[in-house]
Structures are given as C-alpha cells and as structure tokens.
Design a protein around this ligand. Structure first.
Ligand code: R5P
Length: 291
C-alpha cells in the first residue's frame, strides 16, 4: 500500500527494516533519509495486531526523533477499536489505551479506514492528532459495479446488524439500490444470532456489507437468514477481512456469488485496493497532487 500511495502521490518510497531480537523484542530501523521531510508512514494493525502495534509505535517515534518535519500515520486497519467500552466490570477499554499511545507521539495526523467508531465521538481528541476516518465502502461498490453489473438490477444491499447501516447506506447510494438491515444479537465472541424479518429480499441478489469479518459468524448467520427468506444469491463484502481461525474455509462453504474485502488487511479475499481513497484524502489535506 505504501508503494501504491507513493506512486499516486508522486512521493519518494522509503523503507523500514523490521526484525526481532532473540528474546522476541521488535527491532526497527528507518532506512530512508527523513530529516526535514514530510513523512507518511503506512502500517496496518493486522495479522498479529500486537506485533504490528509495537512496530508502528516504534517507527513513528523514530521518525519524529530522526527529525522528520511532519509525521502522518496511515493505519488502514485500527485494531482494538471494538473494545471501546467496559462491557463487563474490570475490562480494559483497549481503544483508549491504544489512542493514548498514539497521542504521546505528537503526530501531525492519523488516517484510518472504517474504524469501528461506534461510541467514540471525537477521535481527534482521543488520538491527539487531526484524525480522518475514511471509507473503503465506495471502493467495494466500484468492485461490485465492475464485476457484478448484471446482478445490480435485482440487488439489495444488506447490513447484517444495526451498526452496519452506515456502510449499507453508502453502498446502496453508490449502486443506486435499496438497502435492508438485519437484527443481530451477539451471544459470545464467536456466536451471533441474526433475524431478518421483512427484509424484502425474496428473489433478489443480496450484497451483504460490513466493516469486519473476524470469525465469520456474523456473515454466516446473515447468509442463512437471507436464504431462508428466499434470497436468490448472496455476495459478501467487507472492508477489513480479518478472517480469524477457519473463517475463510467456513465462508467458502456457503457457495456465495462472491466474497470480497479490501486490502486494509491482507487475506485471500483482499482484492479491492483502498490506496486511491487514502491518496485522495492525503492529497486534498496535505496539498499533494494525486496521479
Ligand atoms: C461488529 O459490530 C462488527 O461490525 C462486525 O459485524 C463483527 O466484528 C464481525 O465479527 P464476526 O465475523 O466474528 O462475526
């Protein structure tokens, strides 16, 4: 993604060496000359969020320390965002802790994509930098338009739960279709129950859109509920395809019309690049000229 952004923004591409000490500690060395420069650092907190977080914090701090004029962080997937409340007594409010760590770095700005901002009203105050929460849903919509044009006439966009309405709405606007929202009850971290009363999907092609597929439980239950209502075919799209454990193989068994995600998280379904959306925002905010 850094290479794509550098190309789009006609910027130099710098490298960072990352390795590990024998005891497991992370070692970071910035190989590019950054003194006096405006630096955009790109790293997603994925495929091992703890490791990626430490790597990101060490690098961002090193960039400041090495005399970069401005340091902008692009974190396409912001991990820990879902733990934004003390749901049970004694729990850590993880996103607040992660935000404090970013804030301590005094960054110029932070760009992320479809962060789970359900209860956080002012992320800039929390993260201590100008904060942009971009969306990858328009990029997903472009993909659906391009590869599933024929299905669009009889499609309905579906959000698998109330929180997904924001993404279903954007997708429906982009594709010029209707959208429906299902009702989800979370039973545990891996189990959900979904109901789809009157979703108006009979004979239609449902395009389910959500921010994250983690265990796949939400999507699997949503597909089952839609099929019970007579849905003709189902396409599943998400921004962050985390696909934890055996989620990918479980989803493949559903015989979907398509299963697609963006590249904020690397996975076998990360076919939609979000760099164009990020480059557009960076270009507008920082005065670069995207190619
Ligand atoms: C929850 O609010 C999110 O928007 C996703 O629906 C959820 O993270 C998906 O998780 P899973 O794939 O484990 O059901």
């Amino acid at each position: 993604m850094a290479a794509q952004l550098a190309a789009l923004l006609r910027a130099e591409l710098g490298e960072v060496e990352v390795s590990h000490f024998p005891d497991g500690e992370t070692y970071v060395r910035v190989l590019a000359e950054v003194e006096g420069k405006r630096v955009v650092y790109v790293n997603s907190l994925q495929r091992g969020p703890n490791e990626a977080l430490v790597e990101t914090l060490l690098t961002l701090d090193a960039l400041e320390d090495l005399g970069a004029q401005e340091v902008h962080a692009v974190v396409p997937y912001m991990a820990y965002a879902r733990q934004d409340e003390r749901f049970k007594p004694g729990e850590a409010v993880s996103v607040a802790t992660v935000a404090k760590l970013f804030k301590a770095l005094g960054l110029s700005s932070i760009y992320t994509v479809d962060m789970h901002l359900h209860r956080i009203r002012d992320p800039s105050a929390l993260f201590g930098a100008s904060f942009r929460n971009l969306t990858g849903v328009r990029e997903l919509a472009k993909y659906v338009k391009r590869y599933h044009q024929k299905s669009l006439a009889k499609s309905v966009i579906v959000g698998p739960d109330e929180e997904a309405e924001q993404w279903a709405k954007v997708m429906a606007e982009e594709l010029g279709t209707e959208y429906a929202i299902l009702e989800k009850k979370r039973l545990s971290a891996t189990e959900v129950k979904i109901e789809a009363y009157g979703a108006g999907v009979k004979g239609k092609v449902a395009v389910i859109v959500d921010d994250i597929i983690s265990t796949g439980g939400t999507m699997i239950e949503a597909v089952k509920a839609l099929r019970q209502l007579g849905c003709e075919a189902v396409l599943v799209a998400c921004v962050h395809p985390i696909l934890a454990g055996n989620a990918y193989s479980r989803l493949l068994k559903l015989q979907l019309l398509d299963l697609v995600g963006t590249d904020t998280v690397l996975s076998p379904i990360s076919r939609v690049p979000v760099a164009p959306a990020i480059a557009e925002a960076l270009g507008a905010d920082l005065g670069f000229r995207p190619a």
